[in-house]
Design a protein around this ligand. Structure first.
Ligand code: GUN
Ligand code: ZN
Length: 432
């Protein structure tokens, strides 16, 4: 059965960093979908004629966007959001790593996974590259919960064998066995995919990075994700630990980990030479601006990344990030670029929060915008009655102003409905 959904809509079928007319905006718009796929998108009046028999789901007053895509978020870190006053390495050692030890207990991990995944949806996110936990049992229950909810989740067992807390350390042998088993069970099962996930070079012996290489070689199609060039102190510590490496990126390159399915979080402190090599590898960058500000890590050189033709998408990086809503993350990206004298447009923010994420995760043929043929993954935003957002939108002079107001003011409270493959996952305040 075909459904016709009427709302104001926005999406970026083109790239607004390189094309003039990349944004599609329709004030009285509609999307037609059936069997989970988008059939048509455009003016309501035109679709009404083309799908005269289809029932209309009337969402006038709401705004429809493609499902938001988070390319870097830590499932075990929700309870530590807001741990203030610390730079990265102190924040890890005193707040984050001790908390992540609790995920050794699968019952706790399952409760956290369930809550985390529901909050992703509640914030309008329909696909995510999720940094996992250090325990195989915690990943097993995470994947089970993700499969049950139906989200597009790419994730994997986090690996480290030095410089963390002892309870989080694995061995190369154990890392190989546990990752192989999880990968075999989950990669490509429904909407779940596997990502080989060393925490960062600082927590990995060379033998463990060799294990990552072996896992990628043995299972083509799996993803790779880790942290890179996040803070100056971290970059210096990596240099001390890998004296043979010319820079931080080389510690991954040396083990064959810089490819087109690799997503590196942060990359603030990157030389042009590293940008060039990342681009040559076809790798993507998860830009996490609220985390970068919260930990005082620095300002992201977006211009330089784009000049090197790198794919840059957004990550909330909860728990260092300040929330799970990619609309807020886009505002932080805007602010970070303004502080460097580089304004971004609302269309570029939408692209960073949707289509760019799909590109980074190799999902652009399936999701990221509302092009017919793609999966009907979308979010409906409705300003809460009496909210500041409602007041601003009542007087919006243009589509661009509306989109700018959404990034500035719309958060979880404005996410009214979330559809994945044409199926409502979230309606109003409950889960279907
Ligand atoms: N580098 C290594 N681990 C982490 C983490 O948990 N968060 C951030 N922001 N950076 C990291
Ligand atoms: Zn992170």
């Amino acid at each position: 059965m075909t459904t016709l959904l009427r709302a104001q809509l926005f999406h970026t079928p083109g790239n607004p960093f390189t094309q003039a007319a990349a944004l599609a905006a329709v004030a009285d718009g509609a999307i037609a979908f059936a069997q989970g796929r988008i059939l048509a998108v455009g003016e309501f009046a035109a679709l009404r004629r083309d799908y005269a028999e289809a029932p209309v789901s009337d969402h006038r007053g709401s705004i429809l966007l493609p499902g938001l895509i988070d390319t870097h978020v830590h499932y075990p870190q929700l309870p530590i959001v807001g741990a203030m006053g610390l730079g990265l390495l102190d924040w890890l050692n005193t707040r984050t790593l001790p908390h992540e030890e609790a995920f050794a207990e699968p019952g706790y991990a399952r409760r956290q996974a369930r809550q985390f995944l529901r909050l992703l949806v509640g914030n309008g996110t329909t696909a995510a590259l999720v940094f996992g936990a250090h325990f195989a049992g915690a990943m097993q229950v995470f994947f089970e919960e993700a499969e049950q909810l139906g989200l597009r989740i790419t994730s994997g067992l986090v690996l480290g064998d030095r410089q963390l807390t002892p309870a989080l350390h694995t061995t190369p042998e154990r890392a190989y066995q546990e990752s192989r088993a999880l990968l075999a069970a989950w990669h490509g099962r429904g909407r779940v995919r596997y990502a080989v996930t060393p925490r960062f070079s600082l927590s990995c012996s060379e033998a463990l990075l060799e294990v990552c290489r072996a896992l990628l070689q043995e299972a083509p199609g799996v993803f790779f994700t880790t942290h890179l060039n996040e803070t100056a102190a971290e970059v210096a510590a990596v240099a001390a630990l890998f004296p043979w490496a010319e820079d931080y990126l080389a510690t991954y390159e040396h083990f064959g980990l810089v490819g087109s399915r690799s997503v590196f979080a942060h990359n603030l402190h990157a030389s042009d030479e590293q940008l060039r090599r990342l681009a040559r590898g076809g790798s993507s960058i998860a830009h996490c601006p609220s985390s970068n500000a919260f930990l005082g890590s620095g300002l992201f050189p977006l211009r330089r990344h784009l000049a090197h033709n790198l794919t840059v998408a957004l990550g909330t990086d909860v728990g260092a990030g300040t929330g799970l809503c990619l609309l807020g993350e886009a505002l932080a990206a805007y602010q970070g670029q303004m502080l460097q004298g580089h304004p971004l447009t609302p269309a570029q923010l939408l692209y960073l929060a949707t289509r760019a994420g799909a590109e980074a995760l190799g999902l652009a043929a399936e999701v990221g915008d509302l092009t017919p043929g793609k999966s009907a993954d979308f979010v409906l935003l409705r300003p809460p009655a009496g909210s500041t957002l409602e007041a601003v939108l009542q007087h919006s002079p243009s589509a661009e102003a509306t989109l700018g107001a959404l990034f500035t003011l719309a958060r979880q409270e404005s996410v009214a409905e979330v559809y994945l493959a044409g199926r409502p996952l979230l309606k109003h305040t409950g889960f279907s």
